[in-house]
Design a binder for this molecule. Sequence first.
Ligand code: SF4
Length: 380
Amino acid sequence: MLRLGESVQEFLAREGMSRRDFLKFCSVMAGALALPHKEAFAIAKALESPKRLPVVWLELQDCAGCSEAFLRSSSPTAAELVLDVLSVDYHETIMAPSGFQAEKSKEDAIAAGGYVLVVEGSISTAGVGEYCCVAGKSSRYILEEAAKNAVAVIAVGNCATFGGVPAANPNPTGAVGVWNIIKDKPVVNIPGCPMNPANLTATVVHFLTYGSLPAMDQLNRPLFAFGRRIHDNCERRGHFDAGEFVMEWGDDGHRAGWCLYKMGCKGPTSYHNCPTIRFNDGVNWPIGAGHPCIGCSEPGFWDWEVYKPVTLNAITPPTTYPSVEKPVREISPASIAISGTAVGAIAGAAGAFAYSSLTQRSKHTKPVVEEIESEESAEH
Ligand code: SF4
């Protein structure tokens, strides 16, 4: 843990993490936020400050999946770094106190003000709030009370943003998202089921660095994470363009990694950076594992028919991969085999490129780190 008055840099040095690794993390954060790479320098300066940002983390109608996702992150010391830069004054799942002591911690944090409020879970509005109460207070009352003195409000997961699973038809608890209740201050929505911890980390880093929230879309989602459709960056996009679709679970196309559109994939209508950032430190993501996207970054996803293909009104071009030409079929069987192999090789190369750019961050960020280091030495 960070000691009183200790900077993140000092803490990391004590933990055996080099300055270079710290700068790499800052560089990756600048990339995640879609900022010019030189902004990594500003991020490093902000994170070096010994001042810790207080956080109050509420759990309302939820499964704690977003807390789990965040705490299990081990990517460039995200949990260590951000949790140690943050002072999580109240989080009922991970804090040591319970009962009256826990409530006292929350009251003290709210009275002190100047904290970021992170909300996980939807808010019950049916009846008088009896469907979700903590310490005898309704979820709505708890949210309004905690938002009062917050400097920023971040809703994480589809439940806190758009109502999520509790809001699914017939929505017996009247579940809604944070932004349906809090109207007097901006609310950042980081949906997902669960949210991707890298997106929360990047949002917090943006706030720490610039004192403001990142640019958002009309659903209050940060543009750096939700600015493009999944379909635009999907590693199976070449197969979509080539008309190669999985038609049945376990068929040859499924085994070959073809497009999941006909199995109900919501990638063409869902905005999220899943394909580029992935989960579990970039290891994989649902489509990579052979399951269609279920659209968990969009409002009302739980009521969609999971395996029914979406209507395609407009197809945007892929951003990451060149499209793969549909193989010409009117040729000899031997040529088809060769053509198929070539298409597979192109798609495979694209996938390998994406994977390597994720897993070899250190290699890709090296020049940036060197640039920051030389700027720093010029400063001193
Ligand atoms: S439909 Fe789904 S699986 Fe196919 S390319 Fe688009 S996002 Fe990927």
